[in-house]
Design a protein around this ligand. Sequence first.
Ligand SMILES: [Zn+2]
Length: 96
Amino acid sequence: MEIKSIMPDNPPIWRNFRFPNSHRHEIFFGTSNRKLSIKDGLIIYLTPEMHNGSKEGIHQNHDFDMYAKRFAERVWLDYYGKTIDDFIERYGINVL
Ligand SMILES: [Zn+2]
């Protein structure tokens, strides 16, 4: 099932829609944050290699993970017209 992403398309790093063999990645992927990411559209679609299939993958590469998280927090603030405090209240973290 395709879940709506509010993230901009960012090829070749990620896409904001499903494509063949893509893996869906929830940008804030902790236990409860994973569900919030899905609800809020903070998801991206990655190749298997860029997901968890290589050391460049977002689950292995901390810099890539933080890049996506910072990007996502900014998009979330803009899209929902919220503040950093709102983000902290919802996700329990601030990466900006
Ligand atoms: Zn993932």
